[in-house]
Design a protein around this ligand. Structure first.
Ligand code: 4AD
Ligand code: MG
Length: 464
């Protein structure tokens, strides 16, 4: 075969026709008649396929037989304006090399539309479908937009550990990390597991959040953000929970809760606008195939101010709504997704930021209000998602923090380094965590969080 530099399909529209090109990709479909075959080829660079037109007399039927759905080929040919409908240019094949075949009897991805549930079972192949190609390109662009946003703000990307001895959220649903023999672990004299013999010399787990270490960064660099995987061993089998998910956690010195809310709102609007600009074809595809209100919803979020109110005001609205919820609502209750979505979708019809939650339902590190009952936490609630961001102003006062940690029977021993920041140059500061997959869920209009991460980890499932 002649050696021609490969052109990605996404770039083909900007190549002047009547030139020789080389395209490579996976066959989506093949149709035609005795004389001519039309191959729809996709290389993942775009939702669009390139049509390859093959003169059967030139190649012979036998040669073309293995070029079926899923096969990978390389085509040299002439790029011409297309006579057919649905594409502006096509490639008239001159030479074809078959890189890999895909036996139609066993290749699971045939042309017909497959259910999302079925595709989850073959997650190793689903990136080859239009839907998952679109989702994973959007996911990439969002990750890029997030780094761009914080870089422009002058925040530093701060890498917090994945293996840690601390339980940042104090919630206790952690995956333990150990090299001890779990059948016969070494024991101390009083019969407990002797973690001094473990790899790190103490008990460790996968992180549930990079926040506590992020705060250390903010207390030195001013503004930082993390963007990494986090792990939660909670048995939540819902369309919005993963056991392994990616979180973005900015943490900023000298910010109060209002600065924090402003940042969260501006940040979300920026990354959504970015996706709409850079992933136009993919979002249009998803809008057409899955959710025809998607683009309207994205525009609405970009163009409207989020409503801000306190938890107490939110609970009053819910109590007065007369609506029958599955979980009862009263002051002090942890809000469920159904409550959050009622406020956002039915009452305000707008994203909402709730603040000042009862301290009992929030983490130990949140700044305590003077009322003795509430803390300066904030949750950003989105249509169809519920909570997309959770954050707070942090308790910067050593005595108040110590009192709360003690009330909650938390171990001050393992938190000594965190407590120390309140002794050495403490400062007001705030931050939040955005669940990356919840953001991707919102922007793609998908219904299930398992469909916006390439290889989801959920209870009883760590396949691939
Ligand atoms: O509300 P969370 O638990 O807050 C924290 O972890 C804080 N340390 C954040 C901070 O202030 N720096 O989690 C933050 C966000 C949630 O709002 C949600 O979007 C997402 O992380 N999240 C999950 N996403 C997928 N699967 C799960 N199991 C999630 N748990 C939380
Ligand atoms: Mg939360």
């Amino acid at each position: 075969m002649k050696i021609i530099e490969r052109t990605k399909i996404v770039e083909i529209a900007s190549v002047a026709p009547n030139r020789e090109v080389c395209v490579k990709g996976w066959v989506r479909t093949r149709r035609g008649n005795k004389n001519v075959a039309f191959i729809a080829l996709n290389d993942g660079s775009t939702i669009h396929n390139i049509q390859v037109v093959v003169d059967i007399n030139l190649f012979g039927e036998e040669f073309l037989k293995p070029i079926t759905t899923g096969a990978c080929i390389c085509v040299n040919g002439l790029l011409v304006e297309s006579q057919g409908q649905g594409q502006s240019v096509e490639v008239q094949a001159q030479e074809i090399e078959i890189y890999g075949t895909a036996d139609p009897a066993t290749y699971p991805l045939q042309k017909k539309g497959h259910s999302l549930e079925f595709l989850r079972e073959i997650a190793y192949l689903r990136p080859r479908t239009n839907t998952f190609g679109a989702i994973f390109r959007i996911r990439h662009h969002l990750a890029f937009a997030i780094h761009e946003y914080f870089n422009k703000q002058g925040f530093f990307y701060f890498h917090t550990p994945l293996i840690t001895g601390s339980d940042a959220e104090g919630a206790g649903s952690m995956f333990q990390v150990t090299t001890l023999d779990i059948v016969h672990p070494p024991k101390t004299e009083d019969g407990k597991i002797d973690y001094s013999q473990d790899f790190f010399g103490n008990a460790t787990n996968l992180t549930v959040s990079g926040q506590l270490e992020g705060e250390l960064g903010a207390m030195a660099l001013g503004g930082i953000y993390t963007f990494g995987p986090t792990f939660r061993a909670e048995n939540s089998n819902t369309p919005r929970h993963l056991a392994e998910f990616w979180m973005i956690e900015p943490e900023i010195a000298f910010y109060d809760i209002n600065d924090n809310m402003n940042l969260a709102e501006d940040f979300l609007k920026y990354v959504i606008s970015y996706a709409m600009k850079h992933c136009k074809d993919d979002i249009e595809f998803l809008n057409q195939m899955y959710d025809n209100e998607l683009i309207d919803r994205l525009n609405f979020v970009i163009n409207n101010q989020f409503i801000r109110l306190t938890y107490t005001e939110g609970v009053e609205i819910l109590e007065k709504s007369g609506k029958k919820f599955e979980y009862p609502v009263y002051w002090g209750a942890d809000l469920q997704s159904e409550h959050e979505r009622y406020l956002v979708e039915e009452h305000f019809k707008c994203p909402v930021i709730l603040t000042d939650y009862p301290k009992e339902i929030k983490s130990f590190y949140m700044k305590q209000n003077d009322d003795g009952k509430t803390v300066r936490g904030m949750d950003v609630l989105f249509p169809r998602i519920g909570e997309i961001i959770g954050g707070s102003e942090r308790e910067a006062d050593y005595d108040k923090l110590l009192k709360r940690v003690t009330e909650l029977n938390m171990s001050t021993e393992s938190l000594w380094w965190y407590m120390d920041t309140r002794k050495f140059g403490t400062a007001p500061h705030a931050g939040f965590g955005l669940g990356f997959e919840r953001l991707v869920l919102f922007i793609t209009g998908m219904q299930n969080i398992r469909d916006v991460i390439p290889f989801p980890r959920t209870p009883k499932n760590a396949a691939f």
